[in-house]
Design a protein around this ligand. Structure first.
Ligand code: NDP
Ligand code: GDR
Length: 323
């Protein structure tokens, strides 16, 4: 039985990837950082909490990563753990750099130290493109990150490339554009919107405060995107890939569609609050997924409308279940 270790298994992608790997017959280990309250709700939502083996550890603590790898002896390591919220990366600059940036180096070093034959996936991000240099971003587009998060991801990306070139490590960097799901963290804009739509529809909230709704993002479904991660590690050669839908939409339009799904108008509820503006914004992202399609045979299957419907439905169910 093939085994895999996922850092960030309690996050959105970690949960979907764990489900995918379990369905493929893998033994799945997950690194779990100690928190005061339980963080396994996403694994519960997907019905796999008892199917995965969790190992205590933290990306900022190299010995714990070495111990986790020694215990799991995985054929594949997926490094999805990170402080992943761009907004917070200006509030917690150093911890963001430590987990999102240096954490990648810790995993690479742990693989090097344990000397096992391991294929490595790094969760890189379209935030590395930042201030856009080309209208459609591909693997060859220059980077210009606009947040401490983006800068940290760029460090992790180049470390991954460097370890591949220096030590012949099978290391891939997946440059993923925004992807969402019913288990997306509530602070990210899509889920903030779908949760508010459900609450407003059910009379539990009056308004929705947002920041820059003219920003544009290339949004896909997390369930589709974790397949691309797995495919990258099944190739003969390690490489880097952009994973995106190839379509971009404003936050405003996403909002409009989510409110329309429950027969409401977003203009009646959305209030612009400067508190949600960022010190430096990434105005537009639009990925070119041609290489992923050509080499991996991957393409995004879920439309934005289907994704929004899925998310609003899940939030309506959740809000109705609240006491
Ligand atoms: P989430 O924020 O949902 O999950 C992040 C995970 O990282 C959680 O399991 C969290 O644990 C864990 N984590 C945070 N800090 C540490 C630490 N110091 N040690 C160990 N684990 C830690 O992110 P997503 O699932 O959305 O994203 C997965 C990865 O992909 C991230 O690296 C993200 O930056 C990247 N990415 C995401 C994209 C997206 O659109 N979703 C796009 C491009 C890249 P806990 O539950 O305890 O907080
Ligand atoms: P992003 O996602 O920063 O692209 O990072 P987020 O959903 O937080 O923001 C998307 C865009 O919406 C604008 N926006 C708001 N954002 C939030 N969170 N809250 C608001 O109220 C709001 N109003 C407007 C933002 O300014 C931004 O332009 C996500 C994360 O998952 C990263 O980890 C990942 O690497 C990238 O996607 C690709």
């Amino acid at each position: 039985m093939k085994s895999a270790l996922i850092t960030g298994i309690t996050g959105q992608d970690g949960a979907y990837l764990a489900k995918l790997l379990l369905d493929k017959g893998y033994k799945v280990y997950g690194l779990i950082a100690r928190r005061a309250t339980s963080t396994t709700w996403r694994l519960q939502f997907l019905g796999i909490e008892n199917e995965v083996e969790l190992i205590n550890g933290d990306l900022t603590d190299l010995p714990s990563i070495v111990r986790a790898i020694t215990k799991a002896k995985p054929a594949e390591v997926y490094n999805l753990g990170a402080q992943s919220f761009v907004g917070t990366s200006w509030q917690q600059t150093v911890t963001t750099v430590q987990s999102t940036g240096v954490g990648v180096l810790h995993v690479l070093e742990a693989i090097r130290l344990t000397d096992l034959s391991i294929r490595f996936y790094q969760a890189s991000s379209s935030e590395m493109f930042g201030l856009i240099q080309e209208p459609m971003q591909s693997e060859s587009t220059p980077f210009y990150p606009r947040s401490p998060y983006g800068v940290s991801k760029l460090f992790g990306h180049w470390m991954t490339v460097n370890y591949r070139e220096s030590f012949n490590l099978f290391a891939c960097s997946g440059i993923l554009f925004n992807h969402e799901s019913p288990v997306r963290g509530i602070e990210f804009v899509t889920r903030k919107v779908t949760d508010a739509v459900a609450r407003i529809k059910l009379g539990k909230q009056q308004e929705l405060k947002l920041g820059n709704i003219d920003a544009k993002r290339d949004w896909g479904f997390a369930g589709d995107y974790v397949q691309a991660m797995w495919l990258m590690l099944q190739q003969d050669k390690a490489d880097d890939y952009v994973v995106a839908t190839g379509r971009t939409t404003t936050v405003r339009d996403m909002c409009k569609r989510a409110f329309e799904y429950v027969n409401l108008k977003y203009e009646d509820y959305v209030v612009i609050d400067p508190a949600f503006y960022r010190p430096a914004e990434v105005d537009i992202l639009l990925g070119n997924p041609d290489k992923a399609k050509k080499v991996l045979g991957w393409e995004a299957k879920t439309s934005l409308n289907t994704l929004i419907e899925m998310m609003v439905e899940a939030d309506l169910t959740r809000v109705k279940a609240e006491i």
